[in-house]
Design a protein around this ligand. Structure first.
Ligand code: SF4
Ligand code: SF4
Length: 996
C-alpha cells in the first residue's frame, strides 16, 4: 500500500478577538490506499477541522497557516497537468518533501547536526536530475552556512524562499513523465504513472476538480447538508456535472460545500447523467430510485437522507471518502445499516476512508488504523487492535475507560475539559487532566515514542513509556447500583398520546385528519428508587411518553398514577403542586436553558414558581459537633429552625455536621452545605475560652433561595463561581449539570431524564452518569431514563422497557434483557450496538432493513412485522424464514405500489442475475423481479403465489397481485397485535404468547 492522503505539519487557526484559536496544531497523518483510518477525540479536539483543512474547505476566519496536504492520484495528476499551465513541479515530490521537513526541523530548533549532512545528501542526489531552479547549489550553501554557525531560523527562512521559487506548481509526476516534459512533450500528452497533488498549493479551480472526484465527503447531519429546495435526483446529478464542468467560484465555506452539495440550477436532466444518478442511488440502497428522483430531502427518512449524501460523495467514484461523524445523528439500527453500506462500497470501489467519529465502538468496528486527537494534536496513532488492547497515551486510556461496559460498576470520567485552544498550556496539552502528569510534562515539546513491537507503527506523544493503570479509577466512591427499590411510584395503564394532523384551521372543522399515534396504550410501573430505562429508535414515542407521564402534554387516554394520585383527576393547581415531585432533565442542555439567564437564575426559577424552599415547623434542627484543639464543653452551636428548608430532613430531624478546630490561636468552623455561619470567640488573656456558632439558612426568601442554589451547585459538582455565568460560557457537561440542578431544586422524587447524555462526549457522559447515580443514592430518586444508547442504559438502569412505534414490546431486568432478549426488535437493537473492541466478531449481526413506519398508520397486527427478521410464516406453508421475510418485503412494496414495473420490464438478464432461470432468452419480467427481491429460490406454493403476482403485475393489476400474495402469505403477525403479558419478563410477540 502507498500513501493516498498525507497531512504533514498541518496547522489551522481561526482568528478571533481573543486571539488565534489553534484548532489543528501540527497534525501528521496518512491514509493508505484501501485503508480505513479513524480520527477520534472529544468535541473540540480538531477532528472535523482537520478534515475540512484536507479538503481546503476551511471557512473565514479560519486559515491553514502551515503544513502540507497531498493526495496521490495519477489520473488526477494527468488531468491537472494538462489543464493548468505550469502545474507540474520539475522535482520529485519526495525530494521537496524532505527539504520541507528539514525546514520545519530547523525552524523548531531540532535540526541540529544532522541537517547539514542531509542537505548535502539531497544536493548530491539532485546532481543526477534536471535542476531548473538551481536547488542543489542552494541546499549546498545552506549546509555551509549551518557549519558557519548561522542561526537555524535564518537558514530555514532562506530555504523556504528557495523552495517557493522551485516548486511553484502543485502537481508532482514520476521521473519518466518529467523527462517527457523536459524533452518538449506537451503537458497534455505526457503519460503519468505516479502523481501527487499538493492540495495546499493547488489553485481553487484545481481543488474543485479534486473535491467530488478523488475526494468525497459525508457530513454529520444529512438534513442540514442537503439542499431542502432541490430534488434528490438533481442534487446527485449536480455532483456529477460539477466534477466535469464545475465553474463556480469559491468565496465562502458554504459555496465550497455546495460544490459537493449542489444548489438550484436549471433542469438539465440529460438522460445519461440521470441514468448514472439512478445507478448510484440504487448502489447506496435506495429502492426504486427512478421513482424517487423527483422527491425532496424532507420526503426521505434520516437513514435514507444519509444514503443520499453518500451517493453524492461517491457520485464520481472518489479514491478517498472522508466521513465526518456519518452516523452520529442516526439510531443504532440505522447506524449499523450505514456502516455496513460504507464497508460494502469500500470493498466494491477499493476506496480509502477517513472516519471521523467520537464513537469508539464505530472506530473499533470499521477502522484499520486509529489516530487519537486531543486539543489540536494527534497524541496516539496505531493499528486499531493495538490502540484498544494497549493504549499507550494516558488520554486514549482514560477515554476508553470512560466507556460504559458490562463489567464496570462505576464509570471513570476524565475530569476537566479540553483546554482553551487560544491559550494552550506549555508542554503536554493533556497535562491538566492527566492523572500521571509530572512537573516536566508542562514544559517544552513532547516527543512521540514508539510502542509495542518495532515492526508495528504505534506511537504516542507522551514523555513516559508506561503509566500505572492499576491506580486509575479507584476514587473510593462505591458503586451506586445497590440502591433499594420499593413499591410502584408511577403506574401507567394503557396510556395513549395521539396528535391530530392539521394542515390549517379549516381542517379542524371540515375534515378530520388522521392521528399520529405517538404513544399507543403503554402500561408499566416504575418503582420507588428504581431506574427504568426506556429504549427504542427515534420516532418510537419515548420522549412523548416521558412528557405525557409528567402531564407536560396530557395523555389522550389511559391513566398515570403518581404516588397514589391519578394525575388525570387533578385540577390545574393540584397538578402544578404535584409537579414539584416530578421533574424532567432534557437532552440538549444548550437549547433547554434560557441563554439570557444566568446559572443562578436558571436554577432559582423553579424555586420561585413553587414558593420554595419551605421550612417544616415539625422538623427539629440540631448540630452534630466535633472539635479539635478545644474542649467540646467550650463549644456551643445554635441551628436556626428553617435550616431543614435547605438540607431536608430524616425522621423529623435535620442534623448539621459542624467541626470546630482551634490551632495557633485561630478558630476554623466547617459546616457542610451553603449555610450562613457566624462565629463568636471569647478570649481570656489571648487564650480561647469558648466558641459560639450560629447556623442560619437565611432570614429572607431571597437569601434562602440563593443558599439553596449554592447548595445545589455544590451537589451537582459546579463551583459557586458559576452562579453568575451564562449558558454559552459553560461546557456541555456543565450545562447538563445546571439542567440537573434545576430539576433537583424542588426536591423531586421522580425525574424523567430524556436522553440526558446523548449530546455529550463519552468522558463527560461518564461524569453525568456518575452524578445521576450519586444523586439517586443520596436523595432516593426514581428515574425514567430515556436513551437510544444501549450501553449507557445497560449501565444505569435496573430494568429496561423497549418501545417500538408507540408500544412497549418487552420489559425485563437489565441483566436478563441483555443476556436473553426475547423480542426480535430487542434482539436487533442489541445486535446493532457497536462494540468498542476490534476483536469482537460482528459477522452474525442482525441488521434491520428499512425505517420505523409512520405512526399515523402503523402496520396492522404486530407493528414490527414490516421489519421483523423472525416474522412467523403461515403454519401450512413450507418456506425458509429468510425467503419468507423477502416475500413480506416484496408484498409491502406491492401494497405500497412502490415497484417500478417499466424499469423491471427493461432490465436485461445480464443486469439482473436472478435466482431462477430466464425463460425466454431476452428480458424476463419475473426473473427481473426475482433478482430484485430474492436472494434465493422459492419453491412449492410460495413459488406459485409469487409467480401469480408477477403475472398480475405484468398486466398492471396491482390489486390482483396484492390479493394473490395475501391469500398465501398472510401471517398471524399481521392479523393480531400481540399483547404484553404480566410478569417479570414479558415480550409482546407471538413467538412467546401464541394467540391463535
Ligand atoms: S506527557 Fe505527562 S501529562 Fe502528558 S500524557 Fe504523558 S504523563 Fe500525562
Ligand atoms: S409478533 Fe411476529 S412480527 Fe411481531 S415480533 Fe413477533 S414474530 Fe416478529
Amino acid at each position: 500500500m502507498s500513501d493516498l492522503l498525507s497531512l504533514s505539519g498541518l496547522r489551522t487557526q481561526f482568528d478571533t478577538k481573543r486571539g488565534a484559536v489553534k484548532a489543528v496544531d501540527g497534525v501528521d497523518l496518512t491514509v493508505e490506499e484501501g485503508e480505513t483510518v479513524g480520527l477520534v477525540g472529544e468535541s473540540g479536539s480538531g477532528k472535523s477541522v482537520t478534515a475540512l483543512s484536507a479538503m481546503d474547505l476551511v471557512d473565514d476566519p479560519g486559515d491553514v497557516v502551515a503544513g502540507r496536504v497531498s493526495l496521490r492520484s495519477a489520473a488526477l495528476a494527468t488531468d491537472l497537468a494538462a489543464e493548468f499551465d505550469d502545474a507540474v513541479v520539475p522535482y520529485p515530490f519526495e525530494l521537496v518533501d524532505a527539504v520541507r521537513e528539514l525546514v520545519a526541523d530547523l525552524r523548531s530548533g531540532q535540526g541540529g547536526d544532522l541537517a547539514g549532512p542531509e542537505l548535502r545528501g539531497i544536493a548530491t542526489d539532485l546532481a543526477a536530475h534536471d535542476d531548473p531552479s538551481d536547488l542543489a547549489p542552494a541546499l549546498q550553501t545552506a549546509a555551509d552556512r549551518l557549519d558557519d554557525g548561522t542561526a537555524q531560523s535564518v537558514i530555514a527562512d532562506d530555504l523556504e524562499d528557495t523552495l517557493e521559487d522551485a516548486d511553484n506548481g502543485f502537481v508532482y509526476v514520476d521521473g519518466a513523465a518529467r523527462e517527457q516534459l523536459e524533452s518538449g512533450v506537451d503537458a497534455d500528452e505526457i503519460a503519468v504513472e505516479d502523481g501527487v497533488i499538493d492540495l495546499t498549493d493547488a489553485p481553487e479551480e484545481a481543488m474543485r476538480k479534486v473535491r467530488g472526484s478523488e475526494m468525497g465527503m459525508i457530513f454529520q447531519d444529512p438534513m442540514t447538508s442537503l439542499n431542502p429546495a432541490v430534488t434528490v435526483g438533481e442534487q446527485v446529478a449536480e455532483s456529477l456535472r460539477l466534477h466535469q464542468y464545475g465553474e463556480r467560484k469559491r468565496d465562502t465555506w458554504l459555496n465550497a460545500v455546495r460544490e459537493i452539495l449542489p444548489s438550484i440550477r436549471e433542469n438539465e436532466h440529460d438522460e445519461e447523467v440521470m441514468e448514472d444518478v439512478v445507478e448510484i442511488l440504487t448502489e447506496v440502497g435506495i429502492p426504486e430510485a427512478t421513482t424517487r428522483l423527483e422527491e425532496y430531502p424532507h420526503e426521505f427518512s434520516g437513514g435514507m437522507r444519509q444514503r443520499v449524501l453518500i451517493a453524492i460523495a461517491l457520485a464520481c467514484r472518489p479514491s478517498l471518502l472522508i466521513a465526518d461523524e456519518p452516523t452520529t445523528a442516526l439510531d443504532v439500527t440505522i447506524q449499523a445499516q450505514i456502516l455496513d453500506l460504507i464497508d460494502d462500497l469500500q470493498e466494491e470501489f477499493g476506496m480509502s476512508v477517513l472516519m471521523i467519529t467520537h464513537d469508539l465502538g464505530v472506530v473499533a468496528e470499521t477502522c484499520d488504523r486509529v489516530a487519537v486527537m486531543y486539543a489540536g494534536e494527534i497524541v496516539e496513532e496505531g493499528p486499531v487492535e493495538e490502540i484498544f488492547s494497549d493504549p499507550s497515551h494516558p488520554y486514549t486510556y482514560t477515554l476508553l475507560e470512560s466507556i460504559p461496559t458490562e463489567e464496570k460498576d462505576r464509570l471513570t470520567p476524565i475530569e476537566g475539559n479540553v483546554p482553551d485552544l487560544i491559550d494552550m498550556p506549555d508542554g503536554c496539552h493533556f497535562a491538566d487532566r492527566c492523572p500521571w502528569a509530572q512537573p516536566e510534562c508542562r514544559e517544552g515539546e513532547i516527543p512521540f515514542r514508539q510502542h509495542g513491537p518495532d515492526d508495528v507503527d504505534h506511537r504516542a506523544k507522551c514523555l513516559f513509556n508506561s503509566f500505572d493503570k492499576d491506580e486509575y479509577g479507584n476514587d473510593g466512591v462505591a458503586s451506586a447500583t445497590d440502591h433499594e427499590i420499593g413499591e410502584p411510584l408511577v403506574e401507567l395503564r394503557k396510556m395513549r398520546k395521539y396528535y391530530q394532523q392539521e394542515d390549517g384551521i379549516l381542517d379542524r372543522f371540515i375534515d378530520e385528519q388522521p392521528s399520529v399515534k405517538a404513544v399507543d396504550g403503554v402500561s408499566f410501573d416504575i418503582h420507588e428508587g428504581e431506574t427504568l430505562g426506556l429504549v427504542g429508535e427515534s420516532g418510537c414515542g419515548k420522549s412523548t411518553a416521558g412528557r405525557a407521564i409528567l402531564h407536560l402534554n396530557r395523555p389522550t387516554d389511559g391513566t398515570v398514577v403518581f404516588a397514589g394520585d391519578n394525575l388525570g383527576d387533578l385540577s390545574k393547581s393540584e397538578l402544578r403542586e404535584r409537579r414539584k415531585d416530578m421533574q424532567m432533565v432534557f437532552q440538549d442542555p444548550m437549547s433547554s436553558l434560557d441563554p439570557r439567564m444566568t446559572v443562578g437564575k436558571t436554577i432559582m426559577e423553579p424555586l420561585k414558581i413553587h414558593g420554595l424552599p419551605e421550612t417544616d415547623p415539625d422538623v427539629v434542627t440540631r448540630a452534630d459537633v466535633s472539635t479539635a484543639g478545644i474542649s467540646p464543653d467550650a463549644v456551643s452551636v445554635d441551628v436556626a429552625d428553617n435550616v431543614d428548608a435547605l438540607l431536608g430532613s430524616t425522621d423529623g430531624e435535620t442534623v448539621v455536621p459542624v467541626t470546630v478546630t482551634v490551632a495557633d490561636g485561630d478558630v476554623t468552623v466547617d459546616v457542610e452545605g451553603a449555610l450562613g455561619v457566624t462565629t463568636d470567640v471569647t478570649r481570656d488573656n489571648g487564650r480561647i475560652t469558648s466558641v459560639h456558632v450560629d447556623i442560619s439558612a437565611g432570614d429572607s426568601k431571597r437569601i434562602l433561595r440563593r443558599r439553596r442554589v449554592m447548595q445545589l451547585l455544590e451537589e451537582v459538582g459546579l463551583d459557586a463561581g458559576q452562579y453568575g455565568r451564562y449558558p454559552h460560557e459553560l461546557s456541555g457537561g456543565q450545562r447538563q449539570r445546571v439542567g440537573i440542578a434545576r430539576a433537583l431544586a424542588v426536591d423531586p422524587d421522580f425525574i424523567v431524564a430524556d436522553e440526558p447524555v446523548s449530546a455529550l462526549d463519552v468522558s463527560v457522559q461518564a461524569q453525568i452518569i456518575n452524578l445521576l447515580e450519586d444523586l439517586q443514592d443520596e436523595f432516593g430518586l426514581t428515574y425514567l431514563f430515556i436513551a437510544h444508547d444501549l450501553s449507557v442504559v445497560r449501565h444505569i438502569s435496573d430494568r429496561v422497557a423497549v418501545m417500538y412505534l408507540g408500544e412497549i414490546v418487552e420489559v425485563a431486568d437489565t441483566d436478563e434483557l441483555f443476556a436473553e432478549p426475547k423480542h426480535p426488535y430487542t434482539n436487533a437493537l442489541l445486535s446493532a450496538i457497536p462494540e468498542p473492541d476490534p476483536l469482537t466478531a460482528t459477522d452474525d449481526r442482525t441488521i434491520l432493513k428499512g425505517d420505523v413506519p409512520s405512526p399515523i398508520d402503523p402496520p396492522s397486527g404486530c407493528h414490527f412485522r414490516t421489519r421483523c427478521p423472525s416474522i412467523i410464516p403461515p403454519e401450512d406453508l413450507d418456506i425458509q424464514q429468510e425467503r419468507y421475510r423477502e416475500v413480506m418485503f416484496y408484498r409491502q412494496r406491492v401494497e405500497a405500489r412502490d415497484i417500478d414495473l417499466e424499469a423491471a420490464k427493461e432490465r436485461t438478464p445480464e443486469e439482473t442475475p436472478s435466482p431462477r432461470a430466464v425463460t425466454d432468452g431476452g428480458n424476463d419480467f419475473a426473473a427481473a423481479l426475482d433478482a430484485q427481491f430474492f436472494d434465493g429460490p422459492l419453491s412449492g406454493r410460495a413459488r406459485e403465489a409469487v409467480d401469480e403476482s408477477y403475472r398480475h403485475l405484468a398486466d398492471g393489476d396491482w390489486e390482483a397481485a396484492e390479493a394473490a400474495l395475501a391469500d398465501t402469505f398472510e401471517s398471524v403477525c399481521e392479523r393480531t397485535d400481540p399483547t404484553l403479558a404480566d410478569g417479570a419478563h414479558p415480550a409482546a410477540c407471538h413467538l412467546f404468547n401464541p394467540s391463535e
